[in-house]
Design a binder for this molecule. Structure first.
Ligand code: SAH
Ligand code: SF4
Length: 377
């Protein structure tokens, strides 16, 4: 389930790993930082851009590494303030990276706050019945270099849109690991990638602005709690009792609420920061007022924020979102008890729904016309 490329992606190297392989060639230690500066700060798009490196070193780098392991197939900019980047990996796998723009204060019209939603696997093995990403199972894990490459592609896209605002820093505010795949099932690559994203020699992006979302792999949640970089955590709950959750998320059989909730509590206690509980509202599956009351009790106990997301329809799946009245009635039960709750209403602001669906459409088109690599927008 691993893809071994001919040349390793440079975006998967840490300062230490790159310095070690440069040292083997007899290069000076400062060269590693110089190379990574070209990648993350100056956003070099070719080896020849790296003008302060000797030609022989550039040739060796080009033979040994791949500068960018994900190429842009499509950038779909939509009026509802999301940009979806469809990226193709070296084995032709497709992944999606989404840019969501929102007002700085959550209510204005400026849309200058940017959240990037990244993927960690091609497909997903967890089998949640409502999800587009898991429909065809897991194809493979993404490498650390491929995970990081998504963020560099976002930087390229943003640099191109506003060349004058181009800065050495990443031009976005938050990263959410809520795209395709279960991030904690690809733990080592995830942590390596986020370490590169966070490091001053990488994108220099603060760990507190990175949220990892999981369907609930308990041992990995406990491991994440011990990571020196304090990432934020979101749990895809979607069911407030075991029977409801098991019906839509098979992971609940291995890690039922009696195991999951104490792990979330341990994480909160370790970090002193609120965890987010994601709860998709699906008509007649988990939208009863009894579910709302159970969710309220869980949120109060964990001192967690609740994100209610009206279900986004997936072609070929029977699930629907409840009516607006029903959504509000559900949210009110939490609100009245003093739970911090958000009900997502505007299209496109819905991070979760934004991910996975463009890829699904393109994969389906490819299946229908397997000989052509053409992708329509
Ligand atoms: N595997 C991880 C992260 C990726 S899924 C996880 O499950 O948390 C990101 C979020 O999208 C999850 O909360 C998931 O349940 C949600 N999601 C999946 N399909 C959706 C849909 N059709 N409508 C709305 N949210 C959806
Ligand atoms: Fe995988 Fe998350 Fe989708 Fe479940 S919701 S199938 S864990 S991507």
């Amino acid at each position: 389930m691993k893809f071994e490329p001919e040349r390793r992606p440079l975006t998967g190297e840490t300062l230490d790993s790159l310095a070690a392989s440069l040292a083997e060639r007899g290069e000076k230690p400062f060269r590693a930082r110089q190379v990574l500066d070209w990648v993350y700060k100056k956003r070099a798009r070719s080896w020849d851009d790296m003008t302060n490196l000797p030609k022989a070193l550039r040739t060796w780098l080009a033979e040994t590494y791949r500068l960018m392991p994900a190429s842009l197939v499509l950038n779909r900019h939509s009026a509802d303030v999301t940009d979806k980047l469809l990226l193709e990996l070296e084995d032709r796998s497709l992944i999606e990276t989404v840019i969501i723009r929102a007002p700085q204060d959550g209510v204005g019209l400026d849309h200058s706050r940017k959240t990037i939603c990244i993927s960690t696997q091609v497909g997903c093995a967890m089998g949640c019945v409502f999800c587009a990403s898991g429909l065809a199972g897991l194809k493979r894990d993404m490498s650390a270099g491929e995970i990081v490459a998504q963020l560099l592609q976002v930087c390229y896209a943003e640099d191109a849109r506003t060349p004058r605002a181009r800065s050495e820093l990443a031009s976005f505010d938050n990263i959410v690991v809520m795209g395709m795949g279960e991030p904690l099932a690809n733990y080592d690559a995830l942590i390596r990638a986020l370490t590169i994203v966070n490091a001053d020699w990488g994108l220099g992006f603060g760990a507190r602005r990175i949220t990892v979302s999981t369907s609930g792999l308990v041992p990995k949640i406990l491991r994440l709690a011990e990571e020196p970089l304090g990432f934020r955590l979101a749990i895809s709950l979607h069911g407030a009792t075991d029977p409801v959750r098991t019906q839509i998320m098979p992971v609940n059989k291995a890690f039922p609420l009696a195991k999951l909730l104490p792990a979330v509590k341990a994480f909160t206690e370790r970090h002193g920061r609120m965890v987010t509980l994601e709860f998709i509202l699906i008509e007649e599956v988990n939208d009863s007022l009894d579910q709302a009351r159970s969710l309220r009790d869980i949120a109060l106990d964990l001192h967690a924020h609740v994100n209610l997301i009206p279900y986004n329809t997936v072609a070929g799946l029977p699930w629907k979102r409840p009516s607006g009245t029903r959504q509000v009635a559900f949210a009110s039960i939490l609100e009245r008890a003093g739970v911090s709750v958000t009900l997502r209403r505007e299209k496109g602001h819905d991070i979760a729904a934004a991910c996975g669906q463009l890829r699904l459409k393109t994969e389906r088109e490819r299946e229908e016309a397997p000989s052509g690599a053409q992708v329509s927008s």
